[in-house]
Design a protein around this ligand. Structure first.
Ligand SMILES: [Zn+2]
Length: 124
């Protein structure tokens, strides 16, 4: 159910938005239930929390980095294997055991800065 809502969302959904959507569909999931479901989905890598927005998206298996548009709220999840490799090496060298890796880049997407998908506009 929650994965269906995340799949239909055009942008990340907060717990409050998921609660309202579930109410409209007659599911009536409480915030506590949603938090438990989202924690389980996140552990299974089916959903991903967008820390900058306190919201959730479907998780892509190879999504290492999130480009978060702070104007329209869209998120692009992209693979960035070099980030994983270099961070693992850094942590190993420093004797640090990371619990997770978060890479989120706030900014503006191409439509929000007035460009097209083919030729992005330059942010001024
Ligand atoms: Zn945008």
């Amino acid at each position: 159910m929650v994965l269906d809502l995340l799949a239909k969302g055009e942008r990340p959904l907060t717990v409050g938005e998921l609660e309202r959507c579930s109410d409209k569909l007659g599911w009536r999931l409480s915030r506590m239930q949603l938090h438990r479901v989202l924690a389980r989905l996140t552990r299974r890598k089916a959903a991903k929390r967008v820390e900058l927005l306190s919201a959730y998206i479907l998780d892509g298996a190879d999504a290492d980095c999130l480009l978060v548009c702070t104007r329209c709220g869209t998120v692009r999840a992209l693979p960035l294997p070099g980030l994983r490799i270099s961070t693992s090496a850094l942590c190993a060298r420093e004797g640090f055991a990371p619990s997770r890796l978060i890479c989120e880049v706030p900014g503006h997407c191409t439509p929000c800065i007035g460009g097209t998908a083919d030729r992005p506009a330059r942010a001024g």
